[in-house]
Design a protein around this ligand. Structure first.
Ligand code: HEC
Ligand code: HEC
Length: 332
């Protein structure tokens, strides 16, 4: 008989085995399973710069407000194409340094948007830098703190060709003759943010949202009585982060669309081409990325019509077929 009250050897042995069995279930076995996580095909390791950016991400505690976990629920569909799986965190497997383990990026607080797929959602360096310098320059109602210490003000005469200069409105500067230059820390942090893209699963996708992600239909409320999707909503979701809700843009970075000759041109071809192929024609403005893969012809037509009939613009609207003709002529 196992007499625990009198036999001390049995008492110690029982608690020892009990402890060992329990801890193998709650920590040893999961830890061994974690060692076997493989990267997904096509998933790249972090470059030196991106890893440095990761360290700044940790040092600035961006996880306090940003998660990196797409859960298998309806409200998370906007943050990724599928729910997150362990391999998604492969990049964080390496220790930060001898003293610190690989950090957990999952986060628990979503004051700001989930960043699992931010590299795909926002590929613009300029946007990220301006946003880090002062989030309210691009998102008026933002409560994200400014990270001005990742930037420095330099006298205009001392700017060199290697400097990454930010076009911020002059009233933001302490000294009228200075320019805002991004430090290597800020540049690397943006490199890390752009690295964050949800890798595609190989072959038949075994992990998918339940129920399967519904494609937006053209049956969404009509843009001006036509059968096009809601152009205002699409504009707000895709274009307003740069060109702003009122179409006025941000001087020196994102051009205004409210009085733009391109937007109001009788011929909308250039306008559609810019949305499909992206645009980088003027050095005084940042770069606009292409949207050909992201937006359908009907969606582009709806956005163009929203721009051509708002903010004082009064130009002729276009149809999805006309946009398709431009797409076919540009993209083989
Ligand atoms: C106090 C909470 C808070 C902290 C801390 C914070 N953010 Fe944010 N972040 C927000 C909020 C709120 C938004 C949404 C409004 C906006 O875009 O500014 C946001 C938006 C963003 C976006 C744009 C996301 C999108 O989907 O458009 C990026 C990128 C971002 N933050 C990066 C960072 C980085 C990098 C850090 C750390 C240096 C950080 N944030 C720290 C609250 C925070
Ligand atoms: C990442 C920021 C960004 C986003 C998002 C963005 N744009 Fe742009 N857009 C720019 C920049 C920067 C330029 C100017 C590029 C240049 O001239 O070098 C521009 C130029 C334009 C122009 C030409 C304006 C003119 O007068 O020259 C149009 C039209 C336009 N964008 C429409 C759109 C539409 C529609 C969307 C949404 C589908 C969109 N943009 C999304 C940054 C952006």
């Amino acid at each position: 008989m196992l007499n625990l009250s009198k036999n001390h050897k049995n008492l110690v042995l029982t608690s020892f085995w009990g402890y060992l069995i329990l801890s193998s279930f709650v920590s040893i076995i999961p830890a061994i399973q974690m060692q076997n996580i493989k990267p997904l095909p096509g998933q790249k390791d972090l470059t030196t710069e991106e890893r440095d950016g990761l360290k700044t991400f940790v040092a600035e505690d961006c996880m306090a407000c940003h998660t990196q976990q797409v859960r298998n629920i309806e409200m998370d569909k906007m943050w990724g194409n599928r729910p997150s799986i362990p391999s998604d965190y492969y990049y964080s497997k390496k220790r930060i340094d001898v003293w610190r383990q690989s950090p957990s990026f999952l986060g628990s607080e979503r004051t700001g948007p989930d960043l699992t797929n931010i590299g795909a959602r926002q590929p613009s360096d300029d946007w990220h830098l301006i946003h880090l310098y002062n989030p309210r320059l691009v998102v008026k109602e933002s409560v994200m703190p400014s990270y001005k210490w990742l930037f420095m003000e330099k006298d205009s005469t001392q700017i060199t060709a290697d400097d990454v200069v930010l076009n911020v409105p002059p009233e933001q500067l302490k000294n009228k003759n200075s320019k805002v230059v991004a430090t290597q820390k800020a540049i690397n942090l943006v490199a890390f943010l752009k690295y964050l893209k949800q890798p595609e699963l190989p072959g038949e996708a075994p992990v998918e949202f339940i129920p399967a992600k519904a494609k937006p239909t053209t049956a969404d409320s009509g843009g001006g009585g036509s059968d096009l999707p809601d152009g205002e909503k699409l504009y707000m979701n895709t274009c307003a982060v740069c060109h702003q809700a009122d179409g006025k843009g941000l001087p020196g970075a994102f051009p205004s669309l409210s009085d733009s000759p391109v937007v109001n041109d009788e011929n909308f071809r250039l306008h559609a081409a810019i949305i499909l192929m992206g645009y980088d024609s003027r050095p005084e403005y940042a770069v606009m990325q292409p949207f050909a893969d992201q937006l359908s012809d009907a969606e582009i037509a709806a956005i163009i019509n929203h721009e051509r009939t708002n903010w004082g613009n009064q130009s002729k609207t276009v149809t999805a077929e006309e946009v398709k003709a431009v797409r076919d002529s540009l993209i083989k």
